[in-house]
Write a protein of this length. Structure first.
Length: 258
């Protein structure tokens, strides 16, 4: 892994930064100099572990609590962010927003209930929409917004259909935002992981499932949070200032063809 200090002097917020892919993104951004707000919804201990890990490596981070998918979630998140940022002594504002928190819904169309449908959209689509809306006044010009979509949003994937729809909406939001925020030098992109080793998919504990999903990548393995974090860090950096409105495949070549 090569690291630079390309995020030095910048402030980043990663939703769902406590575990999984989000944790990997937090570690990477912090290693590259950012002050990182590690957001979590329920597992405070996991968020504190990630903050501690960053501090042990010499980086700077603080935890931000807000349950997403409930009324007022975006306001709760930004109030907590503003409070913790001020407590850290940093200047107000933000350079990098990573919309990463998400949940899955492993059901075919026949089995999805109205409550489950609303829930997956509330967490995966509605929350990032209003988090971004309320970020606009805080984001500094030249910053970036990266949303974590899914490779499954661009293929037929009946087993998780409502989940893929929720990510498809995020992809469309990215396009409009990229156009609107271009004049401020703010880039807006989505990064789409494939099968990645985290807790979101408990079936990965099953050796047969692991083998099948590993074989789906041309590299013959599951993705790791670090695989995704490296891409997000680049996309969020000034080195990627000429890339916006893009859907970036980070699946390890899962859908290249037969
Ligand atoms: P994960 O290991 O389950 O972690 C999810 C993170 O999101 C945790 O930090 C969790 O914090 C937070 N979160 C979940 N629901 C929340 C809620 N209601 N309110 C606030 N925070 C919430 O998941 P992951 O695999 O790293 O997934 C991260 C992103 O990548 C998701 O958007 C997912 O859709 C996407 N993705 C993952 C894969 C994969 O194979 N892993 C593939 C494609 C896309 P708390 O536990 O504290 O609530």
């Amino acid at each position: 892994m090569t690291t630079t200090l390309r995020h030095h002097g910048r402030t980043a917020l990663v939703t769902g930064g406590s575990r999984g892919i989000g944790r990997g993104i937090c570690l990477r951004l912090a290693r590259e100099g950012a002050l990182v707000a590690v957001h979590y919804g329920h597992d405070r201990a996991a968020a504190e572990r990630t903050v501690k890990e960053i501090e042990t490596e010499g980086g700077r981070a603080f935890a931000v609590h807000a349950e997403l998918g409930v009324p007022g979630d975006a306001d709760t998140l930004w109030a907590a962010f503003d409070r913790e940022l001020a407590a850290s002594g940093a200047v107000p504002g933000l350079d990098v927003l990573v919309n990463n928190a998400g949940i899955t819904l492993p059901r075919t169309v026949a089995d999805v209930t109205e409550e489950e449908y609303d829930r997956v959209f509330a967490v995966n689509t509605r929350a990032p929409f209003f988090i971004i809306q309320r970020a606009l006044g805080r984001l500094r010009d030249g910053g970036s917004i990266v949303s974590i979509s899914s490779g499954a949003a661009r293929i037929a994937y009946p087993a998780i259909v409502a989940y893929t729809m929720s990510k498809g909406a995020l992809d469309t939001l990215t396009l409009s935002l990229a156009k609107e925020l271009g004049p401020r030098g703010i880039t807006v992109n989505t990064v789409a992981p494939g099968f990645t080793e985290t807790e979101i998919n408990p079936t990965l504990q099953n050796p047969q499932v692991r083998q099948a999903l590993s074989a789906a990548s041309v590299f013959g393995r599951l993705g790791t949070p670090a695989d995704i974090a490296d891409i997000v860090s680049f996309v969020a950096s000034d080195e990627a200032r000429w890339v916006t409105g893009q859907w970036i495949d980070a699946t390890g070549g899962v859908h290249l063809g037969l």
